[in-house]
Write a protein that binds this ligand. Structure first.
Ligand code: 13P
Length: 309
Protein backbone atom coordinates (compact mmCIF):
# COMPACT_ATOMS: atom_id res chain seq x y z
CA UNK A 1 0.00 0.00 0.00
CA UNK A 2 1.15 3.54 -0.65
CA UNK A 3 1.38 5.36 2.65
CA UNK A 4 2.46 8.85 3.65
CA UNK A 5 5.94 7.55 4.34
CA UNK A 6 6.38 5.67 1.03
CA UNK A 7 9.06 7.45 -0.95
CA UNK A 8 8.31 8.73 -4.43
CA UNK A 9 11.52 7.01 -5.51
CA UNK A 10 10.04 3.64 -4.56
CA UNK A 11 6.69 4.49 -6.17
CA UNK A 12 8.35 5.50 -9.44
CA UNK A 13 10.51 2.36 -9.45
CA UNK A 14 7.36 0.28 -9.12
CA UNK A 15 5.67 2.24 -11.90
CA UNK A 16 8.70 1.53 -14.11
CA UNK A 17 8.68 -2.19 -13.31
CA UNK A 18 4.93 -2.58 -13.75
CA UNK A 19 4.52 -0.34 -16.81
CA UNK A 20 2.23 2.11 -15.00
CA UNK A 21 2.11 5.78 -15.94
CA UNK A 22 2.42 8.46 -13.26
CA UNK A 23 0.89 11.74 -14.38
CA UNK A 24 2.34 15.00 -13.07
CA UNK A 25 0.21 18.14 -13.20
CA UNK A 26 1.67 21.62 -13.36
CA UNK A 27 0.40 24.26 -10.97
CA UNK A 28 0.23 27.48 -12.99
CA UNK A 29 -1.99 29.13 -10.34
CA UNK A 30 -2.24 28.31 -6.64
CA UNK A 31 -6.02 27.53 -6.68
CA UNK A 32 -5.30 24.70 -9.15
CA UNK A 33 -3.64 22.63 -6.39
CA UNK A 34 -6.94 21.71 -4.74
CA UNK A 35 -8.71 20.25 -7.79
CA UNK A 36 -5.52 18.42 -8.84
CA UNK A 37 -5.32 16.66 -5.47
CA UNK A 38 -9.07 16.04 -5.28
CA UNK A 39 -9.25 14.60 -8.75
CA UNK A 40 -6.37 12.17 -8.12
CA UNK A 41 -8.08 11.06 -4.93
CA UNK A 42 -11.49 10.70 -6.60
CA UNK A 43 -10.07 8.49 -9.34
CA UNK A 44 -7.64 6.62 -7.05
CA UNK A 45 -4.85 7.66 -9.38
CA UNK A 46 -1.37 8.21 -8.05
CA UNK A 47 0.08 11.46 -9.44
CA UNK A 48 2.42 14.33 -8.79
CA UNK A 49 1.61 17.95 -8.09
CA UNK A 50 4.42 19.86 -9.76
CA UNK A 51 5.58 23.41 -10.26
CA UNK A 52 8.22 24.62 -12.68
CA UNK A 53 10.12 27.89 -12.78
CA UNK A 54 8.03 29.05 -15.79
CA UNK A 55 4.84 28.49 -13.73
CA UNK A 56 6.22 31.02 -11.27
CA UNK A 57 7.83 33.44 -13.74
CA UNK A 58 5.24 33.42 -16.56
CA UNK A 59 1.99 32.45 -14.80
CA UNK A 60 0.49 32.81 -11.35
CA UNK A 61 2.10 30.13 -9.20
CA UNK A 62 3.67 32.89 -7.05
CA UNK A 63 6.72 31.05 -5.73
CA UNK A 64 7.91 27.55 -4.92
CA UNK A 65 7.32 28.37 -1.26
CA UNK A 66 3.68 29.37 -1.86
CA UNK A 67 3.02 26.17 -3.79
CA UNK A 68 4.66 23.99 -1.11
CA UNK A 69 2.80 25.76 1.69
CA UNK A 70 -0.58 25.36 0.00
CA UNK A 71 0.14 21.74 -0.92
CA UNK A 72 1.11 20.79 2.62
CA UNK A 73 -1.77 22.84 4.09
CA UNK A 74 -4.25 20.71 2.12
CA UNK A 75 -2.72 17.71 3.87
CA UNK A 76 -3.73 15.03 1.36
CA UNK A 77 -0.53 13.22 0.49
CA UNK A 78 -1.71 9.64 0.11
CA UNK A 79 -2.44 9.93 -3.61
CA UNK A 80 0.19 12.53 -4.45
CA UNK A 81 3.71 13.76 -3.96
CA UNK A 82 5.17 17.22 -4.60
CA UNK A 83 7.65 17.51 -7.47
CA UNK A 84 9.84 20.41 -8.50
CA UNK A 85 9.62 20.55 -12.29
CA UNK A 86 12.07 22.38 -14.62
CA UNK A 87 14.77 24.35 -12.92
CA UNK A 88 16.70 25.31 -16.04
CA UNK A 89 20.39 26.19 -15.91
CA UNK A 90 19.79 28.48 -18.90
CA UNK A 91 16.15 29.44 -19.24
CA UNK A 92 13.90 29.64 -22.31
CA UNK A 93 14.87 33.32 -22.75
CA UNK A 94 18.59 32.56 -22.66
CA UNK A 95 19.09 33.85 -19.09
CA UNK A 96 21.34 32.12 -16.55
CA UNK A 97 19.41 30.79 -13.54
CA UNK A 98 20.69 30.39 -9.98
CA UNK A 99 19.79 26.72 -10.04
CA UNK A 100 21.76 25.81 -6.90
CA UNK A 101 19.71 28.26 -4.86
CA UNK A 102 16.40 26.99 -6.26
CA UNK A 103 17.25 23.31 -5.77
CA UNK A 104 18.41 23.91 -2.18
CA UNK A 105 15.26 25.93 -1.50
CA UNK A 106 13.06 23.12 -2.82
CA UNK A 107 14.85 20.60 -0.60
CA UNK A 108 14.25 22.86 2.40
CA UNK A 109 10.58 23.20 1.42
CA UNK A 110 10.23 19.40 1.42
CA UNK A 111 9.63 18.80 -2.25
CA UNK A 112 9.64 15.02 -2.67
CA UNK A 113 11.61 15.07 -5.95
CA UNK A 114 13.40 17.71 -8.02
CA UNK A 115 14.27 18.33 -11.66
CA UNK A 116 17.36 20.00 -13.03
CA UNK A 117 17.17 20.95 -16.68
CA UNK A 118 20.61 21.26 -18.25
CA UNK A 119 19.29 20.52 -21.72
CA UNK A 120 20.50 23.86 -23.12
CA UNK A 121 24.08 23.00 -22.10
CA UNK A 122 26.65 20.83 -23.81
CA UNK A 123 26.55 17.14 -22.87
CA UNK A 124 29.62 17.54 -20.62
CA UNK A 125 28.12 20.53 -18.80
CA UNK A 126 24.74 18.85 -18.46
CA UNK A 127 26.43 15.81 -16.91
CA UNK A 128 28.44 17.96 -14.53
CA UNK A 129 25.48 20.05 -13.29
CA UNK A 130 23.20 17.00 -13.00
CA UNK A 131 25.84 15.16 -10.94
CA UNK A 132 25.98 18.08 -8.51
CA UNK A 133 22.20 18.11 -8.11
CA UNK A 134 22.14 14.32 -7.64
CA UNK A 135 24.66 14.69 -4.82
CA UNK A 136 22.73 17.51 -3.13
CA UNK A 137 19.34 15.81 -3.43
CA UNK A 138 20.42 12.27 -2.60
CA UNK A 139 21.86 13.60 0.66
CA UNK A 140 18.24 14.37 1.54
CA UNK A 141 16.94 11.08 0.04
CA UNK A 142 15.27 13.01 -2.75
CA UNK A 143 15.29 11.59 -6.31
CA UNK A 144 16.33 13.71 -9.28
CA UNK A 145 14.97 14.08 -12.80
CA UNK A 146 17.13 15.54 -15.57
CA UNK A 147 16.61 16.28 -19.25
CA UNK A 148 18.62 15.18 -22.24
CA UNK A 149 17.77 16.31 -25.75
CA UNK A 150 15.56 19.30 -26.52
CA UNK A 151 11.87 19.30 -25.74
CA UNK A 152 11.18 22.49 -27.68
CA UNK A 153 8.24 24.85 -27.22
CA UNK A 154 9.02 26.97 -24.15
CA UNK A 155 11.16 29.37 -26.19
CA UNK A 156 9.53 32.51 -27.58
CA UNK A 157 8.55 32.53 -31.25
CA UNK A 158 7.08 29.85 -33.47
CA UNK A 159 8.17 26.21 -33.34
CA UNK A 160 9.90 24.80 -36.41
CA UNK A 161 7.30 23.00 -38.57
CA UNK A 162 6.33 19.90 -36.56
CA UNK A 163 6.54 17.40 -39.44
CA UNK A 164 10.06 18.59 -40.23
CA UNK A 165 11.07 18.32 -36.60
CA UNK A 166 9.72 14.78 -36.37
CA UNK A 167 11.17 13.60 -39.70
CA UNK A 168 14.65 14.99 -38.99
CA UNK A 169 14.51 13.93 -35.31
CA UNK A 170 15.66 17.43 -34.43
CA UNK A 171 16.42 17.68 -30.72
CA UNK A 172 15.68 13.97 -30.13
CA UNK A 173 17.52 12.44 -27.18
CA UNK A 174 20.60 10.57 -28.44
CA UNK A 175 20.97 6.86 -27.70
CA UNK A 176 24.70 6.79 -26.91
CA UNK A 177 24.44 10.06 -24.94
CA UNK A 178 21.64 8.56 -22.86
CA UNK A 179 23.70 5.51 -21.93
CA UNK A 180 26.60 7.71 -20.87
CA UNK A 181 24.40 10.29 -19.11
CA UNK A 182 22.55 7.72 -17.01
CA UNK A 183 25.75 5.95 -15.97
CA UNK A 184 27.81 9.03 -15.19
CA UNK A 185 25.21 11.14 -13.41
CA UNK A 186 23.39 8.51 -11.35
CA UNK A 187 20.19 10.43 -12.11
CA UNK A 188 16.93 8.72 -11.11
CA UNK A 189 14.52 9.71 -13.91
CA UNK A 190 15.22 11.13 -17.35
CA UNK A 191 13.12 13.43 -19.51
CA UNK A 192 13.51 12.52 -23.17
CA UNK A 193 12.63 14.09 -26.52
CA UNK A 194 10.98 11.64 -28.95
CA UNK A 195 8.53 13.89 -30.81
CA UNK A 196 7.00 15.56 -27.74
CA UNK A 197 7.03 19.37 -27.53
CA UNK A 198 6.11 21.74 -24.71
CA UNK A 199 3.04 23.95 -24.93
CA UNK A 200 3.85 27.63 -25.48
CA UNK A 201 4.24 29.83 -22.40
CA UNK A 202 4.42 33.28 -23.96
CA UNK A 203 2.74 35.47 -26.58
CA UNK A 204 -0.60 34.66 -28.16
CA UNK A 205 0.45 31.03 -28.69
CA UNK A 206 0.07 30.32 -24.96
CA UNK A 207 -3.72 30.68 -25.33
CA UNK A 208 -4.00 28.72 -28.55
CA UNK A 209 -4.73 25.03 -28.90
CA UNK A 210 -1.51 23.06 -28.83
CA UNK A 211 -0.45 21.12 -31.93
CA UNK A 212 -1.16 17.42 -31.88
CA UNK A 213 2.17 15.66 -31.39
CA UNK A 214 3.08 12.00 -31.78
CA UNK A 215 5.95 9.88 -30.53
CA UNK A 216 8.69 7.86 -32.18
CA UNK A 217 8.18 4.57 -30.35
CA UNK A 218 11.13 2.80 -32.04
CA UNK A 219 13.42 5.55 -30.77
CA UNK A 220 11.88 5.23 -27.30
CA UNK A 221 12.58 1.48 -27.25
CA UNK A 222 16.26 2.14 -27.88
CA UNK A 223 16.41 4.74 -25.10
CA UNK A 224 14.74 2.33 -22.67
CA UNK A 225 17.27 -0.36 -23.50
CA UNK A 226 20.28 1.80 -22.68
CA UNK A 227 18.96 4.00 -19.86
CA UNK A 228 17.53 1.41 -17.43
CA UNK A 229 15.79 4.14 -15.40
CA UNK A 230 12.25 5.56 -15.52
CA UNK A 231 11.79 7.86 -18.52
CA UNK A 232 9.65 10.98 -18.51
CA UNK A 233 7.54 12.58 -21.21
CA UNK A 234 7.32 16.35 -21.04
CA UNK A 235 4.85 18.31 -23.16
CA UNK A 236 2.10 15.87 -22.24
CA UNK A 237 -0.83 18.01 -23.40
CA UNK A 238 -2.13 17.23 -26.86
CA UNK A 239 -0.18 14.08 -27.70
CA UNK A 240 -2.16 11.53 -29.74
CA UNK A 241 -3.75 8.91 -27.51
CA UNK A 242 -2.33 5.97 -29.49
CA UNK A 243 1.20 7.33 -29.04
CA UNK A 244 0.71 7.70 -25.30
CA UNK A 245 -0.68 4.18 -24.92
CA UNK A 246 2.28 2.74 -26.85
CA UNK A 247 4.70 4.87 -24.83
CA UNK A 248 3.28 3.44 -21.59
CA UNK A 249 3.75 -0.09 -22.92
CA UNK A 250 7.29 0.73 -23.97
CA UNK A 251 8.81 2.33 -20.91
CA UNK A 252 7.52 5.85 -20.26
CA UNK A 253 6.82 6.08 -16.51
CA UNK A 254 5.85 9.73 -15.99
CA UNK A 255 4.03 12.31 -18.10
CA UNK A 256 3.95 16.05 -17.43
CA UNK A 257 0.73 17.88 -18.19
CA UNK A 258 0.57 21.66 -18.02
CA UNK A 259 -1.07 23.47 -20.92
CA UNK A 260 -4.38 21.61 -21.04
CA UNK A 261 -5.28 22.16 -17.38
CA UNK A 262 -3.90 25.73 -17.36
CA UNK A 263 -5.98 26.69 -20.40
CA UNK A 264 -9.08 25.08 -18.85
CA UNK A 265 -8.53 27.18 -15.72
CA UNK A 266 -7.73 30.45 -17.50
CA UNK A 267 -10.56 30.30 -20.04
CA UNK A 268 -13.09 29.58 -17.34
CA UNK A 269 -11.79 32.46 -15.27
CA UNK A 270 -12.14 34.78 -18.27
CA UNK A 271 -15.84 33.83 -18.59
CA UNK A 272 -16.53 33.78 -14.83
CA UNK A 273 -13.99 36.15 -13.27
CA UNK A 274 -15.85 36.26 -9.94
CA UNK A 275 -16.11 32.54 -9.34
CA UNK A 276 -12.88 30.68 -8.97
CA UNK A 277 -14.70 27.46 -8.09
CA UNK A 278 -15.96 27.16 -11.68
CA UNK A 279 -12.36 27.34 -12.92
CA UNK A 280 -11.31 24.77 -10.31
CA UNK A 281 -14.10 22.45 -11.50
CA UNK A 282 -12.84 22.82 -15.08
CA UNK A 283 -9.39 21.66 -13.97
CA UNK A 284 -11.00 18.63 -12.32
CA UNK A 285 -13.01 17.87 -15.49
CA UNK A 286 -9.95 18.09 -17.72
CA UNK A 287 -8.06 15.79 -15.36
CA UNK A 288 -10.94 13.33 -15.38
CA UNK A 289 -10.84 13.31 -19.18
CA UNK A 290 -7.09 12.60 -19.18
CA UNK A 291 -7.29 9.95 -16.45
CA UNK A 292 -9.96 8.10 -18.43
CA UNK A 293 -8.24 8.59 -21.79
CA UNK A 294 -4.97 7.09 -20.53
CA UNK A 295 -6.72 4.48 -18.34
CA UNK A 296 -5.12 5.67 -15.11
CA UNK A 297 -8.11 5.13 -12.85
CA UNK A 298 -7.13 2.93 -9.90
CA UNK A 299 -3.38 3.14 -10.52
CA UNK A 300 -2.86 3.94 -6.83
CA UNK A 301 -4.31 0.54 -5.86
CA UNK A 302 -2.21 -1.36 -8.42
CA UNK A 303 0.99 0.42 -7.42
CA UNK A 304 0.20 -0.06 -3.75
CA UNK A 305 -0.25 -3.82 -4.16
CA UNK A 306 3.19 -4.12 -5.73
CA UNK A 307 4.75 -2.06 -2.97
CA UNK A 308 3.37 -4.15 -0.14
CA UNK A 309 4.41 -7.45 -1.79
P1 13P B 1 2.52 20.81 -21.62
O1 13P B 1 2.31 22.20 -21.11
O2 13P B 1 2.78 20.80 -23.06
O3 13P B 1 1.46 19.89 -21.16
O4 13P B 1 3.88 20.31 -20.94
C1 13P B 1 4.04 20.37 -19.56
C2 13P B 1 5.42 20.06 -19.16
O5 13P B 1 6.11 19.29 -19.80
C3 13P B 1 5.92 20.67 -17.94
O6 13P B 1 7.20 20.28 -17.63
Amino acid sequence: MIEEKTSVDEIMKQAYRQGILIPAFNVAYIPMIKPIIESLKKHRTFGLVEVARPDVEKFGAGSFRKVAERYYALGERIFTRLHLDHVPVIDEDGKKVDWQYLIKLALELKFDSVMIDGSRLSLEENISVTKKVVELAHNCDVPVEAELGAVLGHEEGPLPPYEELFATKRGFTGIRETERFAKETGVDWLSVAIGNVHGAISGVAKDEKKISARLDIEHLKKLVEVSKIPLVLHGGSGIERSSIMQAIQNGISKINIGTSIRQAYESSLRSHPDDITIAQDKVGQEMERLIREYELEGSWDILGKCISE
